[in-house]
Structures are given as C-alpha cells and as structure tokens.
Unconditional design. Structure first.
Length: 416
C-alpha cells in the first residue's frame, strides 16, 4: 500500500510539473524576440526541473508518462501534416511544441533512450510541415539543432544535411525585393549581430525581416554553422567520405546557381558557403586517409560494427563534447561582441546642453538594454543545455515572481 501511494504521488507530481511547464512554454511569441528573451530564463529553469524529476523518478512510471507525452506530440504532428492549413499546424509551429521536444530530448538522452528514435521522427515531421517556406527558416534551424544534440549524445547518424541545404539554396539564390509600403513606419536599421541574437529568439520571420539582407545573411551564416556542426559530429565515422559525396555536389550546384542568379546575398555570406564547401571536401579526404591507414582496403560494410567513431583518436573528446564546445564558443563570441558594442563611448555631436542631455539619456537607455540583452544571451545561450544565471534583472523580477506563483498554483499540492 505504501508503494502504491508513493507511485501515485510520483505520477501526480510528474503530470502536474509537465502541465505547468507547457503552460509557461506556450506564452512565447513567434516573432517578438524581446518578449521571448525575458521568458527564456523561466522556461529554462522549469525545463531543467521537470527533466530532473523524470530522471530521478521510478523508471516504469516515468517512462510510461514520457512515452504517452511523446505519443501526443507524434499524433499532433500527424494531424498537422494531414491538414497543413488548419489549427493543428499552428500548434506544431509554435514555441510550446519546440520546448516540449527539447525537454523530451533531454530526458531521452539521459535515461530513456528508446524515445530517441520517435523524437527524431517527430522533429523530421515538423521540418516537413514547415516545408520550404522561407519565413519558417528560424523554426527549421531550431529543430535541426535538437536533432544534432540527439545525434551527438546518443552517437547516432541523423540525416540533417538535406534540410540545411534546402535553406542554404533558397537564401543564396533568391533576390530580395523590398515591398514599398507607404503606411509602414521607418524602422531603425538592424546590425548583423542584433539579427543573429534575434534569430535565436524567434520561430518565423516577419515580412519586413524576410526582405532584409541582414537577416538573409545571418540565416546563411547560421545554416553553414549547423553544417559544420554536423560535420564535426560525423568527422570520425567510417562512412564519412561516402556521406559527403552528395553534399559536396549540392554545394557546387548551389554556388554555381548563385553566380548565374541575381541573388542579394552579400560577399560575406557567399564566403561562408565556400568555406563550408572547402571544409567538406577536406574532411572527406582526411577521413578516407584515416580509414585506409587504420583498416586498409576493407569495405565500409565490413566495418559498420565498429561503433560510431572508430577513427577518433583516443585523446580527443566525444562528439557530444565537441558539439557543446563549438556551440559555447559561438555563443560566448556573440555575447562578447554584444558587450563590446554596448560599452562603446557615447558620441557628443555638440549642440545645446539640453539637447545633449536628452540624447545622452536616450543613448544610456539604449546601451542599458544592449547590456541586458548581452547578459541574458550569455547566461542562456544553449538550446539543449540549461545554464542558470546568478541574478535576475530588476525589470524582470516581477515577471519571475508571477510565473513562480503560476507554477505553484498549477501544482496545487493541497488538492491531492
């Protein structure tokens, strides 16, 4: 009887915790990066707590509940694919779905490995639902980051090159045509660094951002970064030379099409694509040489039972550690650049003291927001890892308290 009561209490706590998590995760906007940045800390904290609860819970109870919730995601994706224009599709192309997938990916890679394959299928279904619509490029990049995390942690091959090549081809070969709207207000220009931070916080591009070359270039850069991540994960696999044949051909085809088209991509973005092509070609040759040196002329079929990274030197870290290091380096570099940008000295253009005082106040407020954005991005820069900051900004303190009250209300232990 005591065991039954304990199991009932465990199941109740897990169900209520996940309900509180989904309620909080659904409050983010698809296009409002500032609003999403303010909620990132709360969602990361709740996700870490829920994942830990499932890790330490009774295996049978935790797995049964996790399987049920993952099955709900799968059914939702199937319904959305059957009716891409309906309400079910909007539920999949949302932060709630993405955060739920991220949570179950963390749980699956820690203690419930049988859930890895269905989660991969769910994420590929979400990619199919987003299709080739350019405005959903940030959403597709988020899904591919999750697939890379699953691939690296469980040492499995996940074919993410094709969807990445689709994104790269669209933004490298498409010419931006700005639509003149006399009613729209003139918007402050966005720097490439700001666009990079915004892309991490949104799921879809607005019409204005979609026709902005800065965002186009940043999507190309982020896509090439993810291609490099995939290459790093699979660098020491037996079949890498064969796996790179099609991507190298696609790279050359896309770059050739870019030359003949009137694309709006900048020289920097094109250079990123050419650099990725060079990296893929070099990696194929290097992997081929390693394989011949280690195993001679044996066929790939005879070497498939040797594991995920049989060519990796013993002194090198695992694929998951290498992927995490790459992501941390990129995120820290962005945070450092943001911090440097926000600490630039204020320009004094002369004029009356009153005007200078007003301009100084505006610039100070702008720099304060930039510093806050840099600190927030630095503390929560992982998509699949939870890094908790040591402080909460004053303007977010009230929101943090309100969300905490919502969580306590949702748990409602007294009702048990």
């Amino acid at each position: 009887d005591d065991d039954d009561d304990e199991n009932n209490l465990t199941e109740y706590a897990l169900r209520k915790s996940y309900s509180a998590f989904t309620a909080t995760a659904g409050k983010q906007s698809a296009t409002n990066a500032i609003k999403n940045a303010r909620r990132a800390a709360n969602i990361a904290f709740i996700a870490a707590a829920v994942a830990n609860l499932f890790d330490i819970s009774n295996t049978k109870i935790g797995y049964r509940l996790a399987f049920g919730y993952v099955r709900q995601l799968a059914l939702a994706v199937r319904s959305a694919l059957a009716d891409p224009q309906g309400n079910a599709a909007s539920q999949i192309l949302s932060w709630r779905f993405l955060h739920a997938s991220r949570l179950w990916s963390a749980v699956a890679t820690n203690a419930m490995t049988p859930l890895v394959f269905p989660l991969c299928q769910i994420l590929f279904g979400a990619l199919q639902l987003a299709g080739n619509q350019a405005k959903y490029a940030p959403y597709r990049l988020h899904c591919i980051k999750l697939l890379h995390a699953l691939c690296a942690r469980r040492e499995l091959y996940v074919p993410t090159v094709k969807p990445l090549m689709t994104i790269l081809e669209h933004f490298l070969t498409t010419k931006i045509v700005r639509k003149a709207d006399p009613k729209s207000k003139k918007r402050k220009s966005t720097t490439s660094l700001e666009a990079a931070v915004i892309l991490d916080r949104i799921l879809s591009l607005s019409d204005e951002d979609l026709h902005n070359r800065i965002f186009q270039d940043e999507i190309i850069r982020e896509t090439t970064n993810l291609l490099s991540d995939w290459l790093e994960i699979c660098r020491y696999t037996i079949g890498l030379p064969e796996l790179l044949v099609v991507p190298v051909i696609d790279f050359k085809r896309i770059l050739k099409a870019q030359k003949s088209s009137s694309s709006s991509a900048s020289k920097t973005a094109i250079a990123c694509a050419k650099s990725s092509l060079a990296a893929f070609t070099s990696a194929a040759q290097h992997a081929s040489n390693l394989r011949i040196k280690a195993f001679g002329n044996k066929s790939v079929a005879d070497l498939l039972d040797l594991g995920f990274e049989p060519l990796k030197p013993p002194s090198l870290p695992s694929a998951a550690d290498r992927l995490q290091r790459r992501r941390m380096e990129r995120a820290d570099r962005k945070a450092k650049l943001l911090d440097e940008e926000s600490s630039l000295p204020l320009a004094n253009s002369g004029g009356s003291s009153a005007t200078t005082s007003v301009d100084h106040s505006k610039n100070s407020d702008s720099q304060k927001k930039k510093k806050l954005r840099a600190a927030d991005f630095f503390r929560y820069h992982h998509d699949d890892e939870v890094l908790l900051g040591d402080a909460i900004s004053p303007e977010d303190d009230n929101e943090e308290q309100n969300n905490s009250k919502d969580i306590i209300t949702a748990l409602n232990i007294d009702d048990f």
